[in-house]
Design a protein around this ligand. Structure first.
Ligand code: FES
Length: 140
C-alpha cells in the first residue's frame, strides 16, 4: 500500500530490506508520529508502512481487528526476515498473517505465532493510538 510522503511530515517509501535486525533507541518525546490513515487499514487486514526515522529505516505492519489498530515490526521472529511477499503485501486469511518466507502464522490482533517454525513467539509490537483520522506511532 502506498503511503504518500506528502501526507505526513516523514518520508515513507517501499524499498525492500532482506532483514530488519536493529531496534534503535529513539527518545520518547518524539512520539506520537503518524503511521497511516485509519482508512488505509480495512477490518481484518494488514498493510506495510516504511519510514526513515532519525536516519534509521523502519518497516512496520499495521493491522486492524475489531476496530482496534495494532502495529508490529515487519520482522519475523523465526529468521529475522520481512513477512511480506512483496513490499507492503501480506498473505492474510481469517485474521491470520502468514510469513511469506517459511509460513509462520500470526494472529493480527496479538502478533502471536500460532503455527509454523516459531510457534509461541510473537511479532515485536510497537505502540499505536488513533488521533482523528490517523494511526499514530506512540513507541518503538
Ligand atoms: S522467516 Fe518467517 S517463517 Fe521463517
Amino acid at each position: 500500500m502506498a503511503i504518500l510522503a506528502s501526507s505526513y511530515n516523514l518520508a515513507f517509501h517501499h524499498e525492500v530490506d532482506d532483514a530488519v535486525t536493529q531496534v534503535p533507541e529513539v527518545a520518547d518525546d518524539v512520539f506520537p508520529l503518524p503511521l497511516c490513515g485509519v482508512d488505509d487499514v480495512a477490518e481484518g487486514a494488514a498493510i506495510g508502512v516504511e519510514m526513515e526515522l532519525f536516519g534509521e529505516h523502519h518497516a512496520f505492519i499495521v493491522t486492524c481487528a475489531d476496530g482496534r489498530f495494532h502495529a508490529y515490526r515487519n520482522l519475523c521472529p523465526h529468521a529475522g526476515r520481512r513477512l511480506d511477499w512483496a513490499p507492503g503485501r501480506f498473505l492474510l486469511k481469517d485474521r491470520v498473517l502468514v510469513c511469506a518466507v517459511h509460513g509462520a502464522s500470526f494472529r493480527v490482533e496479538s502478533g502471536l505465532c500460532i503455527g509454523g517454525p516459531c510457534q509461541g513467539d510473537h511479532l515485536l509490537r510497537v505502540g499505536v493510538e488513533v488521533e482523528g483520522d490517523a494511526v499514530m506511532l506512540t513507541s518503538l
